[in-house]
Design a protein around this ligand. Structure first.
Ligand code: CP
Length: 340
């Protein structure tokens, strides 16, 4: 399958066959990690990692991915690039993207909600880079989506449930109270990609913590197309019934941005801490079908989930974190290797 030059801003933009091809290559790259099979895929090539926000897994896994493919990943921050913003003069995205494309084989971008003044502006920035760049633009998590995380989630589910065993399994995407105000990107991506792979989806959260209506409509459509169910629950206990996979994660309230367009993290955390019953516990996990526990990390232990679950036998959080490396190597190989 030829994916050369293709951007990746959300898994929903790619066909199921394309996503499966990436995951199959990621599986082989995992098996062959220390052989020479893929050691020169990005020989002498550089991948730019453009971070507006901090990261542990994304930066480390992309850097390791580039190294293991024989290339190099360069860390960039907007403060070192004199870019034009709403408040200051500087270089346009068009110029930056054109020039970056002359140097690098691909451009990764991370821009989360606290770096934009309204939900969706991170997506717009990624789209603008994709419009002007002549190399693939890969979202490393932006305010709407986190495609690399979604692919790593599915690789983890293949690993623990079986390659063809996702259809008909129930994902519980459950809100967790928290001391961090969390983005919508990982949970939206998770529900989109899990529904593409044929899972039932239950989204559970306190009243008012709705996600992007357009994304939820797409999740419903994905479920319907696969003959699966999409349900919403506001009960922090019964939502666990019959789940096969539990993904407990905090996300921000839709009104988190103030009138000034700024995200007020302190107020958001204070609001989220008012729902202590929204935590994933061992007791609640007993209501499931011996569900796997997953999370994109960093985990807010004691708020989103109890230690006993996050570190329990059914937790797959470290495998999923490792999978970020494998799926990103596969994405880079398929989109950025323009010649054999
Ligand atoms: N899951 C994830 O993207 O982790 P980081 O924020 O540490 O990169």
């Amino acid at each position: 399958m030829n994916l050369a030059g293709k951007h990746l801003l959300c898994t929903q933009d790619w066909s199921l066959a394309e996503l499966e091809a990436v995951l199959e290559l990621a599986e082989d790259m995992k098996r062959e990690r220390w052989s020479d099979k893929y050691a020169r895929v990005l020989n002498r090539k550089t991948f730019f990692m453009f971070f507006y926000n901090p990261s542990v897994r994304t930066r480390q896994s992309f850097e390791c991915a580039a190294t293991e493919l024989g290339g190099h990943a360069q860390f960039l921050e907007p403060k070192s690039m004199r870019l034009k913003t709403k408040k200051s003069a500087g270089e346009t995205i068009e110029d930056a993207a054109q020039v970056m494309s002359r140097y690098a084989c691909g451009i990764g971008i991370r821009i989360l909600e606290d770096q934009v003044s309204a939900y969706g502006e991170g997506q717009e920035l990624c789209e603008q880079y994709a419009r002007y760049a002549q190399v693939p633009v890969i979202s490393m998590a932006h305010d709407k989506f986190h495609p690399c995380q979604g692919l790593a989630d599915i690789q983890g589910l293949w690993q623990h449930l079986g390659r063809d065993q996702l259809k008909g399994k129930r994902l519980l995407q459950v809100w967790g109270h928290g001391s961090l105000a969390r983005s919508w990107c990982s949970v939206q991506e998770s529900m989109l990609i899990c529904s593409r792979f044929g899972m039932d989806v239950t989204m559970a959260h306190p009243e008012g913590y709705d996600l992007d209506p357009a994304v939820i409509e797409q999740v419903k459509k994905n479920c319907a197309d696969n003959g699966q169910e999409f349900t919403v629950s506001h009960d922090p206990v019964s939502c666990y019934d019959d789940a096969d996979v539990v993904y407990a994660r905090n996300w921000m309230h839709p009104t988190a941005y103030g009138a000034d367009g700024k995200l007020n993290k302190a107020a958001e955390i204070e609001r989220a801490l008012q729902y202590p019953e929204w935590i994933c516990t061992e007791d609640k996990m007993r209501r499931t079908r011996d569900a796997l526990f997953t999370h994109p990390m960093p985990v807010d232990r004691g708020h989103e989930v109890e230690d006993a679950v996050a570190s329990g036998l059914r937790s797959i959080i470290y495998d999923v974190a490792e999978n970020r490396l494998h799926v990103q190597k596969a994405i880079m190989a398929m989109t950025m290797r323009l010649e054999e």
